[in-house]
Design a protein around this ligand. Structure first.
Ligand SMILES: Nc1ncnc2c1ncn2[C@@H]1O[C@H](COP(=O)(O)OP(=O)(O)OP(=O)(O)O)[C@@H](O)[C@H]1O
Ligand SMILES: [Zn+2]
Length: 701
């Protein structure tokens, strides 16, 4: 009888590898699926996850070529079947190798620890963590009703609740109920970007005790990540609070998943396996029999559509819609005011009525917030004599003028240079900025309100929050704290300031120049803009006493636009209905399903050539086989086009869209496409291609 065992192990393999990332090994030890092992791969030792035990030696290689497992990571329970199924599904659905998905779902430090080091970590961990629940406030009627519906249904649920309606309190109560009914139960609480909501982290810890909660996000050190991961895996951490990566946390007793601000695009991973953590949350919930609560004041049209009520000839969506229309404490939503910029003097940045309103508010000691989705001082520098513009040599984009250090910076490739003293083309010394970014808005506002005083007689304080001012660790937290404490009178910033914050003193929010998104080539731009403006409006008047006098200002050249009409009424359902009607007419998501195939190359021709060759080969192969001929009818494959950001860092990018009313058909098509791409890519005429990748359910077109 042999004393060794044949096993298949998931290891980090190249992205598109068709073997699925599983390699066969021989193990001198008894192992179980889900166990972590160290195995040789080429000249290296790597971490792997035992995926399957096999009865016989692998048929595709001589027995003598099969290498031995080097060791087992001791003291760790195997990753459970649900976790493995989640990884397997994600790899298949998003067209990546199993090994890549499995290994990137584990904390990086696990790869480098010796068994002794691991044992020490585990020993430190090995204390039961206690939950100490502090009671929350008495619930509003709407909050109680929603929790009752959750208790009697199985989900998935979509909680559609106004900004300030107390959704967070619903999550906390749902977690509390789950913790008290099941002795080991764990909850996963997902948020779009954790550093934007340090408040929430504190709130959860205050509620359940810091011991019971671990965080998972990319801002943590490798040691912190390992610690949190081990606590969740062992079941000691009862609550995991994290960003999209947390969807892969090993949580053997998972009993509840909450996805806060479920519409937020940052739930979609933008590199490697381009997964949607929100969609995987729904999948994982079903897998582990845990109710899933998606929540937003501006749900994604996907979730809205999936939660539509049944009608005569429509059985309705799979999600159960829950409603919390009112703000806490009889608070009202801000009054929306549109400023028609056609009637303002040319080149006006801040209209006179808005400036007057800002002055009045800060003189009364209230806070205001100005939103402009463009950082830097000016998006372009321009020579009026010869027409030179500050283009980036390496990207199809302009370099942005940053006045603070007098640089021109490309926001795509990072190229940074000193601003030239004169036009590099014609020598004209008079080169000028065009357009405005947050840096200039802050400066401009300072000049306009230089004479204005706070109620205490002090000069007013303006603060700016954007990617430039928050680069240093802790900078964002301290800037947000100065807004909460009332030190700041006017906050200027990009979308970073519009999301999720529970600002108590802001009574006026203004969108300075939201129009560009109305005419974008991306069909999701109006949805994103509407969500951004609703969320921004939601930062005003959160204190019930001040809500009646709170305002949301919009400066626009298109005041009659339907989007602003819906905003004025805070009518997300009306907006969603009209958008969905357009999407239906045009056969766009969520009515249809999409995937993008992208190729990068030194030239645009080479990038497009690979895509078009793949498309032709694919259609020829599928049509020739009666078993697959149908697919060609079910899935539209469009010709290759340049991406809207066509060139980044001297790489030309092209994309090809696949679209189908059937998710299943699209998946099958992608599966065939995968092998076609391997064939085509190896042809000599496609040597120039740098990489290709697939984005399933892309969030940007
Ligand atoms: N039942 C309650 N009684 C008293 N105050 C409450 C109650 N529920 C929530 N609040 C308070 O109301 C405020 C708004 O609640 P919360 O931040 O949960 O809103 P939200 O729906 O998550 O808003 P947004 O979508 O804008 O983030 C918070 O300060 C919260 O502490
Ligand atoms: Zn560039």
């Amino acid at each position: 009888m042999s004393t060794h065992h044949w096993i298949d192990v998931a290891v980090q393999t190249p992205a598109h590898s068709q073997v699925g990332g599983l390699l066969s090994y021989r193990s001198p030890f008894v192992v179980q699926p889900g166990q972590l092992v160290r195995v040789p791969l080429g000249k290296r030792d790597v971490l792997g996850v035992v995926w399957a035990l096999r009865d016989t030696a692998p048929a595709d290689m001589p027995e003598s070529a099969v290498r031995d497992v080097l060791g087992v990571l001791e003291g760790l329970a195997p990753l459970d079947p649900a976790w493995r199924q989640l990884v397997q599904f994600s790899a298949q659905y998003y067209q990546r190798s199993l090994g890549e998905v499995a290994l990137s779902a584990l904390p990086p430090q696990l790869r480098d620890l010796s068994n002794e080091q691991l044992a020490r970590r585990l020993k430190k961990q090995n204390t039961e963590r206690t939950v100490q629940t502090t009671p929350g406030p008495a619930l509003s009627d709407e909050q109680s009703a929603v929790l009752a519906q959750m208790a009697s249904g199985s989900g998935p649920f979509l909680l559609f609740g106004s900004t300030g309606s107390g959704k967070t309190e619903v999550y906390l109560q749902a977690v509390e109920r789950m913790l008290t009914t099941a002795p080991q139960a764990q909850a996963l609480l997902m948020v779009p970007e954790i550093n934007l909501t340090p408040q929430l982290e504190e709130r959860v810890q205050a509620r359940f005790g810091a011991d019971a909660v671990v965080s998972m996000h990319s801002g943590m050190t490798p040691a912190q990540r390992l610690k949190g991961w081990l606590a969740a895996h062992a079941g000691h951490a009862r609550i995991v609070l994290g960003t999209r990566m947390a969807i892969f946390a090993s949580m053997p007793h998972l009993k509840l998943i909450v996805v806060d601000e479920e519409h937020d695009p940052s739930y979609k991973q933008q590199e490697g396996a381009r997964y949607s953590a929100r969609d995987l949350a729904v999948y994982r919930g079903r897998l582990q029999n845990a109710p899933v609560l998606l929540a937003s004041a501006t749900p994604s049209l996907e979730s809205w559509h999936l939660s539509r009520p049944a009608h005569d000839d429509d059985p309705g969506g799979r999600y159960q819609r829950l409603l919390m229309p009112s703000r806490i404490g009889t608070g009202l939503l801000p009054k929306v005011r549109r400023v028609d910029m056609n009637k303002q003097p040319r080149r006006t940045v801040l209209s006179a009525p808005l400036v007057a309103a800002l002055q009045e508010r800060v003189e009364r000691g209230e806070q205001c917030m100005l939103l402009l989705n463009r950082r830097g001082y000016a998006p372009v520098l321009h020579c009026a004599d010869c027409g030179w513009k500050s283009e980036c040599q390496h990207c199809s984009a302009f370099r942005v003028f940053h006045k603070i250090d007098r640089t021109l910076r490309c926001h795509h490739c990072g190229l940074t240079e000193r601003v030239p003293r004169a036009c590099p083309e014609c020598g004209n010394a008079d080169i000028a900025p065009i357009g405005r970014g947050t840096e200039q808005l802050e400066e401009h506002l300072g000049e306009l309100l230089a004479h204005v005083k706070r109620p205490d007689g002090a000069p007013i304080r303006i603060a700016r929050i954007d990617a430039d001012t928050t680069r240093l660790k802790g900078a964002l937290e301290s800037q947000l704290a100065s807004v909460h404490s009332g030190e700041v009178d006017i906050l200027v910033g990009t979308q970073m300031i519009a999301k999720g914050h529970d600002f108590r003193r802001i009574t006026l929010v203004a969108a300075v120049n939201p129009d560009t998104a109305l005419f974008s080539s991306d069909f999701r731009a109006p949805e994103r803009l509407f969500a951004l403006l609703m969320q921004a409006a939601g930062r005003a008047g959160r204190e019930a006493a001040q809500s009646a006098s709170s305002e949301m200002w919009v400066q626009t050249f298109h005041p009659q636009h339907a989007l602003f009409e819906a905003l004025k009424k805070h009518d997300y359902p009306a907006f969603a209905a009209s958008e969905l009607a357009e999407r239906t007419a045009a056969d766009l998501p969520p009515i249809s399903h999409q995937a993008l195939l992208r190729a990068d190359a030194r030239t645009q021709e080479a990038a497009q050539a690979l895509l078009n060759a793949a498309r032709e080969t694919l259609e020829a192969q599928l049509s020739a086989d009666p078993a697959t001929a149908d697919l060609v009818m079910q899935v539209s494959v469009y010709p290759a086009v340049p991406m809207s950001m066509q060139r980044v860092a001297d790489v030309e990018r092209a994309q090809m869209l696949l679209e189908s009313p059937s998710r299943m058909a699209l998946q099958k098509m992608l599966w065939h496409l995968h092998s076609v791409l391997h064939q085509v890519r190896s042809q000599p005429e496609h040597k120039g291609v740098i990489r290709w990748l697939v984005d399933v359910d892309p969030q940007a077109i």
